[in-house]
Design a protein around this ligand. Sequence first.
Ligand code: NAI
Ligand code: MG
Length: 502
Amino acid sequence: MAAATPSVESAGNRARSSAALDFLKAGPKKLLIGGKWVAAKSGKTFETLNPATEEVLGLVGEGDKADVDEAVKAARKAFEEGQWSKIGPHQRARYLFKIADLIEQHADELAELETLDNGKAKTQALAIDVAGAAETFRYYGGWCSKIYGETNPSDPSMFNYTLREPVGVCGQIIPWNFPLLMASWKLGPALACGNTVILKPAEQTPITALRLGELILEAELPDGVVNIITGFGPGAGSSISEHPDIDKVAFTGSAEVGKIILKASAGNLKRVSLELGGKSPNIIFPDADLEQAVPGSMMGVFFNSGQVCCAGTRIFVQKEVYEKFNEQLTKFSAGMTMGDGLDPKTMMGPLVSKEQFDKVKGYLELGKKEGARVTVGGEAGSGKGYFVKPTVFADVNNNMRIAREEIFGPVAATIPFKDENDAVLQGNDTTYGLAAAVWTRDVGRAHKVARALKAGTVWVNCYNMLDPISPFGGYKQSGFGRELGRHALELYTNIKSVYVKL
Ligand code: NAI
Ligand code: MG
């Protein structure tokens, strides 16, 4: 997967995808259960909107408990019958490679669907979301044949070895900020390890997961291996986390819902992995190369309109360069092109929903009330669509609510610090611990600070770099478990120890 700092490619100049329009026009979307598209048992549907225009993009099946029950039956049957869990590793790999190929063949269409449903810039959807999803499936396809057990140094009268086996039926609940990419982070490792899945996309952005479901059928995965239930949190989501026959639940979203899921999973002691929010510190030392640090920090917080769990929302700048950094950040931020994601010039699209728009606007007011200084932005766009201008609050104190609570919008807070120790203390003074960054030319300081920061990912002289080769996840209330890398295999396997008497 590429860096999240967008490489604006020519793809955004292409005409609107007719394939995307055909998919949307094909009528209300259904649920994928046992290899078939079926309407929700209740017959209910809900609308998904284009956040740039507030127009209805399409109708989607509203799954609930009855549908989740059916999906679990299908996933259980597929798992126990072994057409997926017990096939050879090379064969399973081929299915994942095929999914990756199909995503690439339909890249333009998928990027366009993502832009229409989520609002993000299509150039970024193509370069980050779609390319990253294909890469993730391909990366985990490679792991199918490398999931090793161990032989252990047992007593000579015994032979002991371990097997890594799939966990079983997995429920996967994902958010709306990177809909297709999050689906790939969840499905890739689960499928590579031989599990079967019930995936629940976010209600704001169900479209690309459904198109991915069609591609998964085209790749001829056995029926019931991947089931997709669209619907709301209470209903479809809670039925997954409470279900007695789901063995594992993986969730990405708010810390608030993460706690609800953890409690709900206690019923049958599901294994749980949680990737929750963040309030990540991004630390700028005076010896940093500001030509890199300013635009890097800007994209670190404004990428995807700030709707990124690891966004660098608290920018700590050492006093000596504080004013200079703020001036440059303000200048760069004022130059960001905000608009419809389909426009190739757009660097920042709208927020995903009215709910998110209202939440972020509330924080703009709160920041002003708390006494922070707006250097750029500070208000919503006018007219249709959920647009909020890139906003920088200067003179922020780490105790203000805008420095403590996850805003999930294009809102940066710059906070001055005294010295290295002060930067680390303030940086770690948060309930979250998803990511952090440090900008300096002093190599010793870079590594020292990287060690001192309590975060699952630390970037040095860059921001938002993500690649399936490396684990991603949180310290503290940013959750537990590691996705991506070989570590995700631990989430989706059980270890069995076998003793053989010789
Ligand atoms: P959310 O946590 O409510 O939604 C994420 C997913 O969980 C969706 O698929 C939703 O349908 C599902 N869900 C909601 N309630 C559930 C329940 N009781 N049981 C099972 N599943 C449930 O997030 P929301 O409301 O969309 O956004 C609120 C805030 O959460 C954002 O403003 C942001 O701060 C944070 N967030 C963090 C994300 C991350 O990547 N860590 C992603 C999305 C939101
Ligand atoms: Mg919610």
